[in-house]
Design a protein around this ligand. Structure first.
Ligand SMILES: NC(=O)c1ccc[n+]([C@@H]2O[C@H](COP(=O)([O-])OP(=O)(O)OC[C@H]3O[C@@H](n4cnc5c(N)ncnc54)[C@H](OP(=O)(O)O)[C@@H]3O)[C@@H](O)[C@H]2O)c1
Length: 270
């Protein structure tokens, strides 16, 4: 697995999200998540994103990483309003993830960011967290997001970006690049639809020499061919998908002409 720099922190080029996919209850479902985490370690997919918004996800991650949490780089979020509620939620994330250090702490959907940011700065200066980030998945709050980025108080942003969702290209990605802010990418496969929702089968021909065998891999390779992107975090319910999705992080970034090919082929097959 290649590494990319998230504001100075070396992270796996492909990470993993946990929204919905790790919000599970039954012993059987939790055991499948343990196998997913095994595969993540095997393939070097070590940057893991979660949030208290995702139901039982932090708890299940903590349980399935137990004894090896130091092998992962963890990103979670605060998603609440008010100082005391926020602090309590942040403490709970440390407990549920069974760790005393979180590499990236993000403010989920910018919720009450003015309250949480000073506290995250305090935790950073105390060495309990590494980086501070903000997340938001739609263009309506880009102006506010950019306002925060320009204060230089955040190290990373998490935004939605994929072949069919390119609103961040106009202003957000250029600003992140100019400020040295890391970019975590949510919905990198468009919730899987870029791979499974196309009307026709795309032609993988020109991509095969790079080892790309599925259109899901092509979607992730398209993202990694943009140097402004740090780490896409595809989520999954399947251990085998980790192997599939790791591949684009194991190969060199595709040349620009193949990035364009993936765009055109996706459009042709949509
Ligand atoms: N506001 C926020 O902060 C925010 C918002 C949204 C997401 N996020 C974060 O970003 C992560 C990723 O976003 P997401 O889960 O919405 O979108 P995603 O990763 O694009 O979609 C996940 C879905 O795509 C499928 N999938 C993954 N890889 C695939 C492949 N190669 N081929 C076909 N299907 C594939 C998975 O199905 P299988 O189970 O079949 O593999 C899963 O159902 C989340 O889990 C979360 O951690 C943050």
């Amino acid at each position: 697995m290649r590494k990319r720099s998230l504001a100075g922190l070396e992270v796996s080029a492909i990470g993993m999200g946990s929204a919905q996919t790790f919000d599970v209850h039954s012993r059987e479902d939790v055991e499948v998540r343990r196998k997913i985490m095994d595969k993540c370690l095997e393939k070097g997919v070590t940057f893991i994103d979660t949030s208290p918004m995702y139901g039982r996800a932090e708890r299940v991650l903590g349980e399935t990483m137990d004894g090896r949490v130091d092998k992962f780089l963890l990103a979670t979020k605060v998603w609440s309003s008010g100082k005391e509620t926020g602090r309590a939620q942040i403490e709970r994330s440390f407990q549920l993830l069974r760790t005393d250090y979180i590499h990236l702490f993000q403010i989920h959907n910018l919720v009450d960011w003015r309250t949480h940011l000073p506290y995250l700065e305090q935790l950073k200066s105390e060495g309990r967290i590494g980086l501070i980030g903000i997340t938001y998945g739609y263009p309506d709050m880009f102006p506010e997001m950019m306002e925060i980025m320009k204060t230089r108080r955040v190290d990373a942003i998490q935004i939605s970006y994929n072949i069919q969702d390119r609103a961040v290209e106009d202003e957000i990605l250029p600003l992140a690049e100019s400020l040295g802010i890391g970019v975590v990418v949510m919905r990198p496969t468009g919730k899987g639809l870029l791979a499974t929702g196309l009307k026709q089968q795309p032609d993988l021909g020109p991509l095969q020499e790079f080892g790309i065998r599925t259109w899901g891999q092509a979607a992730l390779a398209w993202l990694l061919a943009d140097s402004r992107v740090t780490v896409p975090i595809p989520a999954t319910t399947k251990p085998s998908r980790i192997v599939e999705n790791a591949l684009p992080g194991e190969i060199p970034p595709l040349p620009p002409e193949l990035r364009t090919y993936i765009e055109k082929e996706t459009e042709r097959c949509s």
